[in-house]
Design a protein around this ligand. Structure first.
Ligand code: HEC
Length: 215
């Protein structure tokens, strides 16, 4: 369900940006063509806008935290809509440009945030993080990393499905597949290849395997 809505949202966002961009170009080159285009695309435009907003609200309710960023995104989208309606209808270029800038900045913020989710938070006080050390405890290392990096979506015991996260308790993935999904990410699961070293990913994966009901 979440994944389907996530993809619908992405598609609606792309179509929405596309329609806005075409309208803006037409506004500058030929307003008759703009009015014609707006008339033709009226129904699809309404459907796209509705899908864009409805899926956005749904994703927000599934989000691990209602952040200020999320509220800013909604505020900007809601502000841009009346600006766009007036700007394109009345051929007010400045309003139309402003609405397009607002909507693209929301897109930029969302993409930037996606990258930041995988940012490394160092929480290794008191934990030996050197695999070649004699007292290195891989599971203890994996656990602190899991709690700080993964629990916001998966929950500290692995069963909390925020942001569409799958249960790690009933997961049947093999160790290599777990390593793979942490490294490369999937849908709204961030990829960690840039933020974690190989040994860190190995430690987290080893810990993830211990969360299973049936081991
Ligand atoms: C932003 C939320 C989020 C964060 C943070 C996150 N995940 Fe995920 N995780 C997901 C989502 C969503 C899926 C489902 C992806 C799919 O199959 O569409 C998933 C799937 C998984 C799976 C596969 C489960 C299965 O059987 O299909 C594993 C393993 C996993 N995550 C481990 C981790 C680990 C380890 C971390 C921390 C390094 C982590 N995740 C951080 C959202 C998140």
């Amino acid at each position: 369900m979440y994944t389907g809505i996530y993809h619908t949202h992405k598609l609606a966002v792309i179509l929405f940006l596309l329609v806005y961009t075409i309208k803006l170009v037409l506004l500058f080159i030929n307003t008759d063509k703009l009015d014609n285009f707006s008339k033709k695309i009226k129904v699809p435009d309404m459907i796209i806008s509705f899908l864009f907003l409805a899926t956005g609200v749904y994703l927000a309710t599934q989000s691990a935290e209602i952040s200020t960023l999320l509220l800013v995104k909604f505020g900007l989208v809601l502000a841009s809509i009346p600006l766009a309606i007036i700007g394109f209808k009345k051929h007010k270029k400045s309003l139309a440009v402003l609405s397009v800038i607002l909507i693209f900045s929301v897109y930029g913020l969302a993409e930037r945030n996606r990258g930041m989710k995988a940012k490394k938070i160092t929480v290794s006080e008191g934990i030996n993080t050197n695999p070649s050390d004699a007292n290195y405890d891989e599971l203890a290392h994996g656990k602190v990393m899991f709690i700080s990096q993964c629990a916001m979506c998966h929950g500290s015991s692995g069963d909390q499905g925020l942001s569409g996260a799958k249960s790690l308790i009933t997961s049947t993935m093999k160790l290599e597949e777990v390593i793979n999904i942490i490294t490369k990410g999937k849908n709204s699961m961030p990829k960690y290849s840039k933020s974690f070293s190989e040994s860190e990913i190995k430690a987290i994966s080893a810990y993830v395997m211990t969360l299973r009901e049936v081991k």
